[in-house]
Structure formats: structure tokens, C-alpha cells
Design a protein around this ligand. Structure first.
Ligand SMILES: [Mg+2]
Length: 258
């Protein structure tokens, strides 16, 4: 049972210090507004500037933890190149630039992919996204096909071992390993420059809940964007209000560094 969720406006960011805070951010639905097609999202230039300022004031303790591949995040955040955990923890780039990818059984995933592509082919607007160690079936353009899409994924993985399903917003993911966003967060927290800091994590989806729970274990700060039951301590209504709050945090950090 989750505790009470307070408005993000009640979080006293003046109590947070740039040198002792580690910032972890989900991407879609947190920094970027969700779009009909995953390739159509964008992050406002002002937000990329805020991230750059936070990266500077925290001395590099800003990372993205997402279901997207690392390269996709680099593309959307250009010219920034932040530490990123991609594909829900299946791949990770450390603050030092080292790449750590989970080993996956690509042959098994390829077998599942054939079946998902057949389903997508038969249903206009349903998309299959292929990532390192993961497949995602997106039905955002055909929300009425939610049950059918979920059933198709379950059928495709039936009897196959070593795969893990993840239900997000209008998407079902099939991961070739059990890495999670919480695992990625823990891994970053054991490395410089994150180690020993108070972790803050913000996300919008059910796939972020394990990281919210991990934040509670680490006595950190968790922020849920949007509606839905959550284990997070704080909530803000949407991406716009969160981006604004992040801007005020950056202002506060910049002031304290002078
Ligand atoms: Mg998200």
C-alpha cells in the first residue's frame, strides 16, 4: 500500500543542494510529452538548457532512466550527452562514458519478433519497436486494440523462458532479461558522481514504480508525473508543470553555487 502522495509544490527544493543531490529522470511523459508515434516526441530547447545547467551545478549527477535506447535519448537531447540507462535497465552508459549492456538471447527474441510483426502487419497503426534486448508493441494509435495486442504478446511469449513482460502506457514490452529501472538506479548510485548523494527520481508510468520503491529504500525523493496510483512521495500534474519545477530547481542550484 502506497503512502500519501503530496503535491510537488510542497517539496522544499531550497533544502536540496547541488553537491549532494543525484537527479534521475524518466524520458517519455516526464521530460517529453507523449506523441502518437514514439519518433515524433521532442524536448523543448529550454528544457535541454535546464538539464545542461543541472548537469553543471551538480557536477554531472544527472542521468536519464528510460525504456528507450541510449542513442535515441542522445538524439532527442542533443547537444547533451548524459549518463543514460536505456531499455528499462538492459543497457547503460555511465557518467564516465562506459557502456554496460545486459547479455540477451537474441535468437529467442527474434522468434517472438516474427509473431509480433505478423500481428502488427495485420493491424494498421500497431507498431513493433526493436531495441537491444527488448521488443515493444505499441498500440497508441489503436487503443481499442489494447486487449488484443496484450493477448498477442502473451501468445508470442507463451512457453518461452527467460523473457519478462512490462506493461506501460499503450505499449507492452518483451525484455530478454530481468533488469529494471530500479536496478539501473542502484547501479548508478554505486558510481561517481552519484555515490553518497540523495537520489531524486521522476517518472510517469507504471514501469517507474519499481524505481520509486527503490528510492524509498535509499531515502531519496520520488516524483510521479500525472495521474494513477503510485508509490512516489510527490506528484505533479504533467510534463509542463514538471519541466517548470525542474527550471526552478536549476535556478536554486545556480544561486547556491555563487
Ligand atoms: Mg515515461
Amino acid at each position: 500500500m502506497a503512502g500519501e502522495t503530496a503535491s510537488l509544490l510542497t517539496l522544499d527544493y531550497a533544502a536540496l543542494k547541488p553537491e549532494t543531490t543525484a537527479i534521475f529522470l524518466d524520458f517519455d511523459g516526464t521530460l517529453a510529452d507523449i506523441a502518437e508515434r514514439p519518433e515524433d516526441v521532442s524536448v523543448p530547447l529550454a528544457t535541454r538548457e535546464i538539464l545542461a545547467r543541472l548537469q553543471e551545478s551538480t557536477r554531472g549527477a544527472v542521468a536519464i532512466i528510460t525504456g528507450r535506447p541510449i542513442e535515441t535519448i542522445d538524439h532527442f537531447l542533443v547537444p547533451l550527452r548524459l549518463p543514460v540507462a536505456g531499455v528499462h535497465g538492459m543497457e547503460r552508459r555511465t557518467a564516465g562514458g562506459q557502456r554496460i549492456d545486459s547479455v540477451v538471447d537474441e535468437e529467442t527474441l527474434a522468434h517472438v519478433r516474427v509473431q509480433l510483426e505478423a500481428f502488427a502487419h495485420a493491424h494498421d497503426g500497431v507498431l513493433v519497436e526493436t531495441k537491444h534486448g527488448s521488443l515493444a508493441l505499441h498500440y497508441r494509435q489503436r487503443p481499442e486494440l489494447a486487449d488484443e495486442s496484450i493477448a498477442a504478446v502473451h501468445a508470442a511469449v507463451a512457453g518461452v523462458h527467460g523473457l519478462h513482460l512490462l506493461h506501460g502506457k499503450m505499449v507492452v514490452e518483451v525484455k530478454g532479461g530481468k533488469a529494471t529501472k530500479a536496478d539501473a538506479l542502484s547501479a548508478f548510485m554505486q558510481e561517481e558522481p552519484f555515490r553518497g548523494r540523495v537520489p531524486l527520481f521522476a517518472g510517469d508510468d507504471v514501469t517507474d514504480e519499481d524505481a520509486f520503491n527503490q528510492i524509498a529504500n535509499l531515502n531519496g525523493i520520488s516524483i510521479k508525473i500525472g495521474e494513477g496510483s503510485t508509490a512516489a512521495q510527490f506528484r505533479t500534474e504533467g510534463t509542463a508543470s514538471f519541466r517548470e519545477w525542474l527550471g526552478r530547481l536549476a535556478d536554486s542550484f545556480d544561486l547556491r553555487r555563487r
